[in-house]
Design a binder for this molecule. Structure first.
Ligand code: GDP
Ligand code: MG
Length: 622
């Protein structure tokens, strides 16, 4: 494959701005997918992706595009590929050139920005897609910044111009403000009708640089940007070849992972895996390794040939989990299945982390780290569906750093492990810097919300003609307390948010512990702001009382924090007349029976055998 004819690019945008739909039109235009096999958002192949209409995993696809070199709009002057064509008259003079376009479709939701950042390291250019009805949104900025940091060529495209409510001119102004580009450099398109899509591909061919092959060609190696696992063929890595050519049967190894393997199969995505003879520097494809054990591959690792080694590539930063939750099987017999299921999912999702944990009444389970609430939701949904597991999931918490009175600093990931108040000297928590874009009319409602969530406004900018961009600081704890949803409803859905984790700061938080019949129930523990502790305690006790079935005896549901009971509700025992079956007769017999019943209840109460059905856990955790 002639490297000069390769273009690697990605589509980035805020969620729902039309990335996957635009990819569909590209697949059609390049005849990559037959018409009869075409369906909407074809690259979203996971069942959950299709059902929810969102992209969760990045998806590479290779397209062959015949370029006719007619650029009606574009200003040729600034094309980075000009010089290359001048050097080679063969390419320049042919009427129609076959280009290979490797596209990586990416997810738009903030929880999956790790997928996006990895996709971007495998390409030279990015189409920045902006919905003509929505304009630039918070996640547009975040993904743009990562693309710019990697030095990618950005091609701005205003999408959905078929819609009657499209505000193309306004949005064009926003994009110019954002990129400082010429008006002419902004393309317009509709992923629905296909208008402008050919122009986008022409521009990709012209503007996105062909992959640079920097070395002297003495080595062979590739960057692992993703991987998956097949039962029969084992580990399959998704690679961008950096140097040399990889052939079937080559002997390769992972530099960090250390494992060696022979290339069992090699190929490209069309978008289904299609074998080919080799992959050359600059190409994107897959390699079947045959490795069956787990943990051999990690994203960002370098694969290199044994005979012609290359130096390790820079790789990726480890993803940082944002929220933690414990997952327990409803039935303890499913514990092993749950472990296997999590291991299986981690093979496809390098951002998932988990560790075994035991929590009294609910038994053994796993404390899992997630990139956000949607990530948590997707993983638990996949566990339920793909492995038919019934689960109990504790309410998600962030991690804290606790310095105890002896001066030991420790990371605490679950409310269960949070030390007693008397043992704590200081607690630190993660803060985030968030960007929020909103029409200015909603500022009043937002300020109120900011107050409730401990938000500090750092910066306010007027954005485009009609909107305001705010930079705020907020504790991660407060962000996770439904902040997104509240912002959405306060602004009738018009505001968008993106965020990044920043520093650790001192926190004033306490643990609420729930006691049922004087017995602490660890799974109900939570860490909350001290200022909210009474409110949370009341709500928690009320909620449990409403779903808790009565027992044979009286007992209390209490919430305790800092050694004090803050809320308490009484649930009276069921009164069953044990003497019912006695017809008339001797009063002393009745009294004897009642006495016996009293003793039994006392004994049950003494043993603390309150039966907490699993659906109580489910309802309370929700
Ligand atoms: N009218 C119109 N709707 C579009 C267009 N592109 C995408 N959509 C719709 O917008 C929604 C989100 O599209 P999708 O491609 O999944 O967005 P993604 O999240 O960026 O991948 C879907 O309902 C699409 O049908 C377009 O150009 N015009
Ligand atoms: Mg998508």
């Amino acid at each position: 494959m002639d490297t000069r004819l390769i273009r690697n690019f990605s589509i980035i945008a805020h969620i729902d701005h039309g990335k996957s739909t635009l990819a569909d039109r590209m697949l059609e235009l390049t005849s990559t997918v037959e018409r009869r096999k075409m369906k909407a958002q074809l690259l979203d192949s996971m069942e959950l992706e299709r059902e929810r209409g969102i992209t969760i995993k990045m998806q590479p696809v290779r397209m062959v595009y015949r370029n006719n070199f007619q650029f009606p709009i574009y200003n040729l002057q600034s094309s980075p590929n000009d010089s290359m064509f001048n050097e080679n008259s063969n390419i320049e003079n042919s009427d129609s050139v076959r280009y290979v376009l490797n596209l990586i479709d990416t997810p738009g939701h903030i929880d999956f920005s790790y997928e996006v950042s990895r996709a971007l390291t495998a390409v030279e250019g990015a189409i920045l897609l902006v919905d003509a009805t929505q304009g630039v949104q918070a996640q547009t900025l975040t993904t743009l910044h990562s693309a710019q940091a990697l030095g990618l060529v950005i091609i701005p495209v205003i999408n959905k111009i078929d819609l009657p409510v499209a505000r193309v001119d306004d949005v064009r102004k926003e994009v110019i403000e954002l990129l400082g580009c010429d008006e002419d450099a902004i393309l317009t398109a509709s992923g629905k009708t296909g208008e402008g899509v050919g122009q986008i591909l022409n521009t990709v061919v012209q503007m996105v640089p062909a992959p640079q092959v920097t070395s002297d060609g003495s080595g062979t190696g590739a960057l692992v940007f993703d991987f998956e696992y097949e039962v029969h063929r084992g580990l399959i890595v998704y690679v961008r070849v950096i140097e040399g050519t990889i052939y079937k049967r080559d002997k390769l190894r992972f530099i960090v992972g250390k494992d060696q393997f022979e290339v069992l199969d090699i190929g490209t995505f069309s978008p289904v895996k299609t074998s080919c003879l080799s992959l050359t520097a600059g190409e994107i494809g897959y390699i079947v390794t045959g490795i069956k054990k787990t943990g051999a591959a990690r994203v960002g690792d370098t694969i290199t040939s044994l005979a012609r080694p290359i130096k390790p590539l820079p790789g990726y930063a480890e993803p940082k989990p944002v929220v933690w939750a414990s997952i327990y099987p409803e039935n303890q017999d499913d514990f092993t299945t749950l472990r296997q299921a999590l291991e299986r999912l981690r093979l496809e999702d390098s951002a998932l982390s988990f560790e075994e944990e035991a929590a009294g009444a609910v038994g053994r389970g796993f404390r899992c780290g997630f990139l956000g609430m949607l990530h948590l939701e997707i993983i638990s949904e996949r566990l339920r569906r793909e492995f038919t597991l019934e689960l109990i999931i504790t309410s998600p918490t962030i991690s804290y750093e606790v310095v105890d009175i002896k001066g030991t600093r420790e990371k605490v990931y679950s409310a269960i492990a949070f030390p007693e108040e008397s043992q704590i000297d200081e607690v630190y928590e993660r803060w985030v810097t968030a960007r929020l874009i909103t029409p200015p009319d909603y500022m009043g409602a937002l300020i109120q919300l900011f107050h409730e969530h401990e938000v500090t406004v750092i910066d306010t900018e007027v954005f485009g003609d009609k909107r305001t961009a705010l930079t705020i600081e907020i504790p991660l704890r407060e962000l996770m307390r439904n902040f997104f949803d509240e912002v959405k409803s306060a602004t009738s859905g018009y505001a968008s948010i993106s965020y990044e984790l920043t520093d650790m700061r001192k926190a004033d938080v306490v643990r609420i512990e729930v006691l049922i019949a004087d017995e602490p129930i660890p799974a109900f523990s939570r860490i909350v702001a001290r200022s909210r502790v009474q409110k949370e305690a009341d709500e928690m006790v009320e909620k449990i009382k409403n779903v808790m079935p009565r027992q044979m005896f009286d007992f209390k549901i209490q919430a305790k924090a800092g050694g004090r009971i803050l809320a308490s509700r009484h649930l009276s025992g069921m009164k069953k007349d044990v003497t019912d079956y006695l017809y008339g007769g001797d009063i002393t017999r009745k009294m004897k029976l009642r006495e016996k019943q009293k003793k039994g209840k006392k004994k049950m109460k003494a043993m603390g055998v309150v039966n907490i059905p699993h659906d109580v856990f489910l309802k309370v955790m929700k």
